[in-house]
Design a protein around this ligand. Structure first.
Ligand SMILES: Cc1cc2nc3c(=O)[nH]c(=O)nc-3n(C[C@H](O)[C@H](O)[C@H](O)COP(=O)(O)O)c2cc1C
Ligand code: SF4
Ligand code: SF4
Length: 256
């Protein structure tokens, strides 16, 4: 039987998880939730997975939009979701379960993996990356075994207070207008390649940002010249991308 895993990823954590799952499950397609407007799930899949980062204690807007619009033909598949997060998961998988329930689908299993917190706009990247990712790999192995065994777990309803905070954040935060590009930029186009939602154009050898930014920070983190910054906040902060996910790898999956 075939499998499919949908992912959304800015700095590679969630793609690393999706790729490992796909490899271990076998016969598994990997599809980005970033660019598709209305995806049609046409085949009879044995398992259907979603791997996503946590944003503002909930789901990236694009993931919400994808799940609202995807066309599922097969209710009898085993559905699972894995949230990657930096410290506080909030409503992550709970929100996803609610969205699927509205489509008459039950999320059989929700898992979470704490990985490196990548939100450079708010804080610097911490130093013990390899320790954190080692722990994450261990957790991923146990989640893969759960998915293989089609384990079910109970996913609670979203917490209302957290939901309110999330809604306020996703509706009001539009940070991209305060991104700036300095003279270190060499016009290589890597920022455009890694943007999961196609929000960047290169004009006159410089990135120009449009208005559908998810604030995934991929452009800031993958730029080889550290030329993209948020206000004057990020210039001195370290950059982080998952060590196994190069920009070519992320770009290949994002643009499939
Ligand atoms: C806009 C934004 C908001 C975030 N909010 C949260 C959060 O509420 N809780 C948390 O634990 N991590 C948060 N993070 C960290 C990411 O969830 C975490 O680093 C994730 O693994 C990144 O996955 P990716 O590399 O696939 O993009 C946030 C990151 C970004 C970019
Ligand atoms: S990745 Fe950096 S150097 Fe390359 S075009 Fe974008 S901003 Fe310029
Ligand atoms: S413009 Fe940058 S931060 Fe915004 S979605 Fe694209 S890569 Fe992410």
């Amino acid at each position: 039987m075939e499998n499919i895993v949908f992912y959304f990823s800015g700095t590679g954590n969630s793609l690393k998880v999706a790729k490992t799952l796909a490899k271990e499950l076998g016969n598994c397609e990997i599809v980005s939730m970033g660019k598709s407007e209305k995806y049609n799930v046409i085949k009879q899949y044995d398992t259907i997975g979603f791997v996503h980062p946590v944003y503002y204690w909930g789901l990236p807007k694009k993931v919400v939009e994808f799940i609202k619009n995807v066309n599922f033909n097969n209710m009898s598949s085993y559905y699972y979701a894995i949230a990657t997060y930096g410290g506080i998961i909030g409503n992550g998988n709970r929100q996803l379960n609610k969205l699927l329930n509205e489509r008459n689908i039950i999320l059989n299993y929700g898992g979470k993996i704490r990985m490196v917190a990548n939100y450079i706009i708010n804080y610097d990247i911490f130093n013990n990356i390899s320790k954190c990712l080692k722990r994450a790999d261990k957790k991923l192995s146990s989640i893969i075994s759960d998915v293989r065994n089609k384990k079910n777990n109970k996913i609670k309803k979203p917490n209302k207070k957290i939901e309110q905070i999330y809604q306020n954040a996703v509706q009001s935060i539009s940070l991209v207008q305060d991104y700036n590009v300095n003279d270190n930029c060499i016009g290589c186009g890597i920022c455009k390649e890694v943007c999961p939602v196609g929000n960047i154009e290169i004009i006159n050898k410089k990135p120009v940002f449009n208005n559908k930014c998810e604030c995934c920070v991929a452009c800031i983190q993958y730029c080889p010249r550290q030329a993209i910054n948020y206000k004057d906040k990020t210039q001195k902060r370290k950059r982080y991308t998952h060590p196994e996910i190069s920009y070519t790898e992320l770009s290949k999956y994002n643009n499939k």
